[in-house]
Design a protein around this ligand. Structure first.
Ligand SMILES: [Mg+2]
Length: 382
């Protein structure tokens, strides 16, 4: 079998789908994207295309190594996201060729169903309680929300009280009926991270995500020493070679590789295995579309240390399209009691509604995250 064609479709809300065609008629889908830089990742996919045309799609490991090592310069958000989407499509093709789901190609399932969680609230963490109520009604009991708005390197007691007060209200409203993680979103610098973690401790969040930015990862072990809250990070780390450093130094309880950013299924299965050796859990990052989510689920179903799966239904970023809009087999993604069952169709298990994708790609917006500024005019982390 040979790869004959790669086609990319940028679609609302901020995603990109990749279709890889073969000379035997089997087609694979991937989702190579970095939110806000879809066109740049698209260019990277097209730069890799001449190498891929004519190759045997079944040699996923070799193609991965060639895409990663063959270009001399490697790694980073753009190149690893391009590889990620191509890798997902190759696994989809292999599964369809052999007539089995990807998790069977990876040795088979370790669990029957996977625990899912939902984003609640928007960029600015207000109206969270109403959002939780709505999702509770459809059986979801585990959530994630933004912890703060802009936070200066040294901020006021008022800003801290505001952030903590919101979390206190949630615990008060729902008690232990729900669980939630709090995303600092890289908005908090090390001096305030310590203060906030201590103040949030009584409300027992499941985890705090990106307590500081990944580029300040040396703080993870120090912050972990100062709090009992499990710390999570990984959406802005792109390969084993980055994750090995945070595993070696300790501090993180949960790794959150993104299957569309960190080299795809091939790479993230290895990252999860490395984490297992350190007694670190995995909760794949996925505020993206259906192919990315399916790729995550295949990892979850073969990784003993996978504890939670993010999914983007109803997320505030989904303006103009929802998670299952481009999926024909919507029922396969139905959550029950906050869990999702293993996808059973061959390959990734997503039947992409190609007509709808083509139509939507004609007017794809260029999604950009907002640029925030502090009161004094300086740039704030979003
Ligand atoms: Mg995050």
């Amino acid at each position: 079998m040979k790869i004959i064609k790669l086609t990319t479709y940028r679609v609302p809300p901020r995603w990109m789908l990749l279709k890889i065609e073969t000379d035997e008629g089997i087609v694979g889908w991937g989702e190579p994207v970095i939110e806000g830089r879809a066109r740049t990742v698209e260019a990277a996919v097209h730069e890799m295309t001449p190498f891929l045309i004519g190759q045997d799609p079944g040699r996923i490991n070799d193609l991965w190594q060639a895409m990663y090592r063959g270009g001399f310069y490697r790694g980073g958000a753009i190149l690893m996201s391009a590889i990620a989407g191509i890798d997902q499509a190759l696994w989809d093709i292999k599964g369809k060729l052999l007539g089995v789901p990807v998790y069977d190609l990876l040795g088979g399932r370790v669990r029957d169903k996977m625990k899912m969680y939902s984003w609640v609230g928007g960029d600015r963490p207000s109206d969270v309680i109403a959002g939780i109520r709505k999702l509770r009604a459809v059986g979801i009991d585990t959530f994630k929300m933004n912890g703060t708005e802009e936070m200066r390197m040294l901020d006021s007691a008022r800003a801290v009280d505001q952030a903590v007060g919101r979390i206190a209200e949630i615990r008060e409203a729902f008690g232990n009926e729900i669980e939630f993680g709090i995303d600092f979103h890289g908005r908090v610098a090390a001096p305030m991270a310590k203060v906030l973690l201590r103040a949030l401790e009584p409300y027992r969040p499941l985890f705090v995500e990106e307590p500081v930015l990944a580029e300040q990862a040396e703080y993870y072990p120090r912050l972990a020493e100062s709090t009992s809250i499990p710390l999570a990070a990984g959406e802005r780390m792109y390969s084993r070679f980055e994750f090995k450093r945070v595993l070696e130094q300790g501090g993180l309880a949960i790794l959150q590789p993104d299957l569309s950013h960190a080299g795809g299924i091939t790479e993230c299965v290895k990252i999860a295995a490395m984490a297992e050796a350190y007694d670190v859990a995995v909760a794949p990052h996925c505020p993206l579309g259906p192919v990315a989510l399916a790729a995550c689920l295949h990892l979850d179903f073969v990784s003993h240390n996978a504890v939670l799966q993010e999914q983007s239904m109803g997320i505030h970023y989904n303006q103009g399209a929802e998670l299952l809009d481009y999926v024909k087999n919507k029922d396969d993604f139905r959550m029950e009691g906050g869990y999702i069952a293993a996808l059973t169709k061959p390959g990734l298990g997503v039947e992409v509604d190609e007509e709808r994708v083509i139509e939507a790609s004609k007017n794809a917006p260029d999604w950009r995250n907002p640029l925030w500024r502090h009161e004094d005019g300086s740039v704030a982390e979003w």
